[in-house]
Ligand binder design. Structure first.
Ligand SMILES: Cc1ncc(COP(=O)(O)O)c(C=O)c1O
Length: 478
């Protein structure tokens, strides 16, 4: 006798219920190989379902090899369909815990850096352009395309980058990527092999350490001060393949690399015959004067220039780019093709219209005004709350600043205490090579916070760290 539990439920057809329950019994060995199943007529009568329903479930199981139908004799459980259970090492939930940790409590005030104000994105304008781009796209745009990206976007981008950042390139030097992280990954994949050395300015976004770390174990940190990477500390005796830096707005300390340091870095790269990876992730938002020019403009053959639309538009768009010296183009394009073939073509076509119509520059100008006000408000809240006990770094551009609190160490325990008070922020040490330097500094992203939330957030931070500032006490009690 076969025991099945069948229930009439919307969205769960009886055929599927019969199929799944029989399949599970076979996989667990509860229905042994060679056992004969009741006829479809008997099953249908017993479970009060139609004979067709049973037949269809039997047919699915026969098609997948769980059952054998033998003419005139009946239906039998097939051989070799028993699954020997293995203990699960970890559940998907446990595996995913690293990401789950990042789940954000909606009420918490999140000072994560690099998050643009999503509510101010001109959605209807983008929507109109996206609709027109899709409607008017040639049929070829719906097929597999050029791995380097749509030529319309690459051309518009080459003109924009030349105008805004002094980049020297043609559309042919550009590969459109699925964000800057993919551009960094492609660079590592194409140019590194085990044993090759990468210099990385320290601190640097921790994801950058991880990306390069997948490709080589030879990561060599180069210290950074308030003006960015320190070229005099580049070792004379080593031979790197790549030097990673963020010269327009050092992440996370915010320094802007002077022309003298840029030239020193380039002449070192020339001597070592290596390349510089310039990550220009948020330089469009410069609050004093014009945007700083790129390093790429000083030596287009030595510099791999990486940019993203995650900050000026929105992160889930997943659009970025890499501007390459010509000898690297073929390899990068092939690597991109073997990965995801190319980045979403409809988004690329929409963005090319957004660029050509001047929408992008208008959007940047508007956001810059808003972000500047938010930044000013954050600075004044920090000053009001902490006076001379806070040091502010990197406020000249971008979407975050760094606040140093002398005598405080933002240990994981202290960051959790902030979390419990409803504040999410990361500390600079989380982005350092040794995981301990710059312990007194917090990264405060302000672009996505209205002034009231900024004020409330700083108030919450104050309640947690004020006692520590006054007493300089050891934090181990937390
Ligand atoms: C230094 C740096 N580069 C690049 C990015 C952007 O990455 P993506 O374009 O993949 O969103 C970030 C994101 O926060 C960053 O901090």
């Amino acid at each position: 006798v076969i025991y099945l539990i069948l229930e009439k439920k919307p969205g769960d057809p009886l055929i599927r219920q019969i199929y799944e329950q029989l399949r599970n019994m076979i996989l667990k060995g509860e229905l042994r190989s060679g056992a004969k199943l009741p006829s479809s007529r008997a099953m249908a009568q017993h479970f009060n379902v139609s004979r067709n329903t049973v037949n269809e479930a039997y047919e699915m199981l026969i098609a997948e090899g769980y059952l054998d139908g033998v003419q005139r004799l009946g239906i039998f459980v097939a051989r070799g369909a028993v699954l020997i259970p293995k203990p699960r090492k970890t559940t998907a939930d446990e595996q995913y815990s690293a990401f789950a940790k990042e789940k954000i409590d909606e009420d918490a005030i999140c000072f994560h850096s690099g998050t643009p104000a999503a509510d101010l994105f001109p959605r209807s304008r983008w929507n109109r352009l996206a609709y027109a781009a899709f409607r008017e796209a040639p049929e070829s745009a719906l097929g597999y395309g050029d791995p380097r990206g749509r030529v319309e976007l690459r051309e518009a981008l080459a003109a924009y980058l030349h105008r805004r950042r002094g980049i020297v390139c043609s559309a042919d030097n550009i590969i459109i990527t699925t964000g800057a992280k993919q551009a960094i990954s492609l660079t590592a994949k194409c140019l590194l092999e085990q044993g090759r050395e990468v210099y990385i300015e320290d601190p640097t976004n921790r994801n950058v350490w991880k990306i390069f770390g997948y490709h080589t174990q030879s990561l060599y940190p180069i210290p950074v001060d308030g003006e960015g990477i320190i070229p005099s500390l580049l070792p004379a005796e080593r031979n790197p393949t790549l030097i990673f830096c963020t010269p327009s707005h050092q992440f996370p300390l915010g320094g802007i690399l002077s022309i003298q340091r840029r030239l020193e870095l380039l002449s070192y790269a020339e001597r070592k015959n290596c390349h510089i990876v310039e990550d220009d992730y948020d330089s469009e938002f410069r609050y004093r004067g014009l945007p700083v020019s790129s390093m790429q403009s000083l030596d287009p053959d030595r510099v791999i220039y990486i940019g993203t639309f995650s900050k000026i538009l929105f992160p889930s768009l997943r659009l970025g780019y890499v501007v390459l010296p010509s000898p690297f183009l073929e390899r990068f394009a092939e690597c991109k093709m073997l990965g995801d073939h190319h980045t979403n073509a409809v988004n690329q076509l929409t963005l090319s219209r957004f660029l050509e119509n001047g929408d992008l520059e208008r959007h940047i100008a508007r956001m810059k005004r808003i972000y500047r006000r938010r930044r000013d408000h954050l600075i004044s809240c920090l000053r009001d709350a902490f006076g001379g006990r806070v040091t502010i770094l990197g406020e000249g551009s971008g979407m975050h600043l760094t606040a140093g609190f002398r005598g405080v160490a933002f240990t994981p325990e202290l960051l959790s205490a902030l979390n419990r008070k409803g504040v999410i922020a990361s500390a600079v040490w989380e982005h350092t090579a040794n995981g301990s330097d710059h312990a007194d500094k917090l990264i405060l992203g302000y672009a996505n916070l209205i002034p009231e939330r900024i004020e409330e957030g700083i108030g919450r931070i104050k309640t947690v760290i004020d006692p520590l500032l006054h007493t300089h006490q050891d934090l181990s009690f937390l």
